[in-house]
Write a protein that binds this ligand. Structure first.
Ligand SMILES: *Cc1c(COP(=O)(O)O)cnc(C)c1O
Length: 347
């Protein structure tokens, strides 16, 4: 890592262009105030980092990861991206678009992870866009080791003469996480320029690359902004362990030291019945963000993250004078796979 000293601050600056990278993401993404939601909830001042507007294929957090993952794929002379996700995976949709943009083929495995969905669930939203971007797909039942499945398919494709590059689910390895270490530096620089200070960053956490990259990035540049991950799928201890492991790998890649488990902050109070199953608090978050701020959240990730933010405000977790930044990780395309229940839960 090359470290250059910024003249105004003693912080380290990471040159992310030292890693293989392709430009896919509109950046910096905007940081906006949410005054009507703040007033409605009567808590701290709320702000939103618009990573739903990263510019690729309706946007989302996977685009930042894919800059580095596709950079690595091109370095390895791949001609095809292979990845996996749930049926309504935003990661798969953004990977399909990134492949098209770079002239690569794309093959994906879709896990039937969410039970009891209506027929349109496998046709609309992200699945529809995967097809529009020209990706080929195959389904799998739930409960398999999906990364192992996708690696096995990649081996078969290789034996057929393709040059596949395997991207793990969610793009969550230490290469993909660089995208969020870069975002951490971007947030610090935006705050330097605007004079704004945040006391907390709150976000939904799933395959862990986003939270791990942010925590690693803030540590690597020496910027103090605690990151609260709201789990969208699994209990706190397991999510903390997984985020911690990838944070450590990312820090090693950045040559930026060690991190202890107690620096990883996760709340699992908003998962509901499981991955992809909205809880009442998820529905409330979708309706509040839409009607107070004109912001579209998604029912699988960002609305569970926002439900966590709302719940923490109601528990007086924050001080009234705090400034809290919510990271909008995207995903609104998945709303179309949940239309009926979202309209049915509107007040
Ligand atoms: C993938 C995803 C997340 C979670 O990010 P991870 O890096 O997998 O933890 C959050 N929000 C949306 C919309 C996503 O697609």
């Amino acid at each position: 890592m090359t470290l250059a000293q910024n003249l105004e601050t003693p912080r380290a600056r990471i040159d992310f262009d030292q890693y293989p990278r392709v430009p896919l993401c509109h950046q910096p993404t905007a940081i906006e105030a949410m005054p009507r939601l703040s007033a409605h909830l009567g808590g701290p001042q709320l702000f939103i980092k618009r990573d739903d507007c990263t510019g690729l294929a309706t946007g989302g957090n996977k685009t930042r990861k894919l800059e580095f993952l596709v950079g690595e794929a091109l370095q390895q002379k791949a001609d095809m991206l292979v990845t996996q996700g749930a049926v309504q995976s935003n990661h798969v949709r953004q990977t399909a678009a990134a492949a098209a943009r770079m002239g690569l083929k794309c093959h994906v495995l879709l896990e039937r992870r969410v039970p009891d969905r209506d027929a349109s669930y496998e046709e609309t939203g992200n699945v529809f866009l995967d097809k529009v971007f020209g990706a080929t797909h195959e389904f799998r039942p739930s409960g398999l080791d999906m990364n192992a499945e996708a690696m096995a398919v990649a081996e078969t494709l290789k034996s057929e003469g393709h040059r596949p590059f395997f991207i793990p689910g969610g793009g969550s390895n230490e290469i993909g996480a660089l995208g969020y270490a870069n975002c951490a530096q971007e947030i610090a620089e935006q705050c330097d320029r605007s004079g704004q200070r945040f006391d907390w960053l709150v976000m939904g956490t799933g395959s862990t690359g986003t939270q791990a990259g942010l925590v690693a990035g803030f540590q690597a540049i020496g910027y103090d902004l605690p990151v609260m991950g709201i789990s969208v799928r699994q209990p706190r201890d397991r999510q903390m362990g997984a985020v911690h492991a990838l944070t450590q790998k990312t820090l090693t890649k950045l040559n930026a030291g060690q991190i202890s488990l107690n620096k990883i902050i996760v709340d699992d109070g908003y998962v509901g019945e499981g991955y992809g199953i909205p809880a009442p608090s998820t529905h409330e978050a979708i309706h509040l963000a839409a009607q107070k701020e004109g912001i579209l959240l998604d029912p699988v990730y960002s609305a569970k993250g926002m439900a966590g933010l709302i719940g923490l405000i109601r528990q007086d977790f924050f001080k009234p004078q705090d400034n809290v930044l919510f990271l909008h990780t995207g995903g609104s395309v998945a709303l179309f796979a949940y239309e009926a229940e979202i309209l049915a839960t509107q007040e």
